[in-house]
Design a protein around this ligand. Structure first.
Ligand code: SF4
Length: 299
């Protein structure tokens, strides 16, 4: 394949992959929703879960997005410096979003700020969002895709706490957000928490936390314990599926952290909804791909 053909091929594959993630939830999300349905006692909660599963079946059968809000597209790219398409990546992801918008189709969710018009293509100034992690000495490219819907983006928040507020302050910040805005995000939620120094470092970590597989834990055992405590605390609010009441409010709580300045605790929260449309695909230098989030996909 020539370089141009490779760019075209990767654009097509990414457009198809993005479209697929809009129609079918990741395997781990489906498994978790099934587990939670089994653990609810109330008929209302069970009916809501059954409606979600029916919705998923119909989305695949009718070849339509599984939620009407297909979000703003966000990509987290971990790209090797020797990946042959590294220079073309950002432009081809933008092109892939335009293609997916018309072919899938996806809802038009890119409104130019201040000019207040919808571009109709899901791309605009700075959209789709692409975050880069450059990986030295590698010829692979790993891409996380995410559809950031309006409702599930709404609870997002970040702040810097006084050092004396400690982990209790982190807990209060997260729970205040869950009790006020959690309902808007179509529970059961996946809650991402970032703990670092400043708002932007914490905010990025809180989104990165949503890319982790459900059931994974922070590698630090104290942080993993806090994930469990927060999970129990948010479940105790009793949001249940779609906020209509139930034993479980969350699919999980993921904390990502860095070291921090001793005088500040940056903390952020980000939320994924029951329709948590994240995808993960890894390309080698010849564009052979491995998809870790969705089984049975051919691009
Ligand atoms: S919160 Fe999620 S499921 Fe609810 S409308 Fe938004 S994207 Fe759809």
């Amino acid at each position: 394949m020539t370089h141009e053909e490779q760019v075209r091929r990767m654009t097509e594959m990414m457009a198809k992959f993005v479209g697929h993630t809009g129609k079918k939830l990741p395997d781990d999300v489906i498994a978790k929703l099934e587990e939670l349905r089994g653990k609810e006692d109330s008929p209302m909660a069970k009916v809501i879960y059954d409606t979600m599963f029916r919705n998923q079946e119909l989305a695949v059968k009718l070849n339509r997005p599984s939620c009407q809000d297909t979000g703003v597209l966000q990509f987290w790219v971990k790209c090797g410096t020797r990946f042959p398409l590294i220079d073309d990546l950002e432009a081809l992801l933008r092109e892939a979003v335009i293609k997916a918008t018309f072919e899938t189709p996806l809802r038009h969710n890119s409104v130019e700020t201040f000019d207040e018009y919808n571009t109709g293509k899901n791309v605009g100034k700075g959209t789709p969002t692409v975050w880069w992690d450059i990986v030295p000495h590698s010829d692979k490219c790993e891409i996380y895709t995410y559809m950031a819907g309006g409702g599930c983006t709404l609870p997002g928040n970040a702040t810097v706490l006084m050092p004396g507020e400690g982990y209790e302050g982190v807990t209060k910040f997260v729970l205040d957000r869950m009790t006020s805005y959690g309902l808007n995000a179509c529970p059961p939620l996946l809650v991402g928490v970032g703990v670092a120094t400043s708002v932007e470092t914490a905010a990025l970590l809180s989104k990165k936390a949503l890319m982790r597989p459900i059931g994974s834990h922070n590698e630090n055992e104290r942080a993993a314990k806090m994930e469990k405590l927060l999970e129990d605390g948010i479940n105790a609010i009793g949001l249940g599926p779609q906020g209509m009441g139930g034993n479980y409010s969350v699919m999980g709580v993921h904390i990502e952290n860095t070291a921090r300045h001793p005088s500040a605790i940056g903390v952020a929260v980000n939320v994924g909804c029951w329709s948590h449309r994240r995808g993960h695909i890894i390309f080698d230098k010849d564009l052979n791909y491995t998809i870790t989030t969705h089984s049975g996909v051919e691009l």
